[in-house]
Design a protein around this ligand. Structure first.
Ligand code: GDP
Length: 192
């Protein structure tokens, strides 16, 4: 997709702060430090729209970005980072679950995993949660630049056998752009 405009719209914690209107939303979720900010920036062709952070767990709200004036990317706070204080982690779950289960405009979720490893327990609980709510999802395995083609094929089988569902699995790299077009293609299928 050609991205003409992409801008930060707002950060929200509660329902009342979600953007008004009927534009479709696509959410991005992943373990802290998995490469979520880099993925969103790469998809949008922007260097630093979403702040990549060396401090895992630093994005703690739902961040809405307006794309081409008619679609929102929703950057969900990263999960599964032990150094985040317990009270913050306890806020994460209701905030994210309320959004994922109650937001009519939410067209689907990109779940980002590390291409080099099997999905973690937190990855799997998110994937199972989304499957239980019948939310379309795409698994994006990032940092794939660290793998050879053969390793990618092997990892794809590992991920597929862990999730046991026919969801798209796209190998991606923010470093060399691998998978960018394929991921956009899958995104278009769920937002259109
Ligand atoms: P976030 O916390 O999930 O938003 O992760 P970031 O996008 O901030 O990335 C975390 C770290 O992984 C940073 O050091 C990035 O430079 C690195 N990183 C992100 N994407 C890639 C990628 O596709 N390939 C490689 N090799 N490193 C990446």
């Amino acid at each position: 997709m050609k991205v003409s405009t992409a801008e930060f719209f707002r950060a929200a914690e509660e329902k009342k702060d979600y953007p008004p209107g009927e534009y479709s939303e696509l959410a991005f979720a992943g373990r802290s430090n998995v490469g979520k900010s880099s993925m969103i920036n790469t998809l949008l062709g922007r260097r630093n729209l979403v702040r990549t952070s060396k401090t895992p767990g630093h994005t703690r709200k739902l961040n809405f970005y307006l794309i081409n004036g008619r679609l929102y990317f929703v950057d969900l706070p990263g999960y599964g980072f032990a150094k985040v204080p317990l009270e913050v982690r306890e806020k994460w779950r209701p905030m994210v679950e309320t959004y994922l289960t109650g937001r009519r405009q939410l067209a689907g979720v990109v779940v980002i995993v590390d291409a080099r490893r099997p999905p973690t327990e937190s990855d799997m609980s998110l994937i199972e949660f989304l499957q239980a709510y019948d939310k379309p999802l795409i698994v994006a395995a990032t940092k794939a630049d660290k793998l050879t083609r053969n390793q990618m094929a092997e990892q794809k089988r590992t991920i597929r056998s862990a999730i046991q569902m026919d969801v798209p699995i796209v190998f991606f790299s923010a470093l060399n752009g691998l998978g960018k077009n394929e991921l956009w293609k899958e995104i278009k299928k769920i937002i259109e």
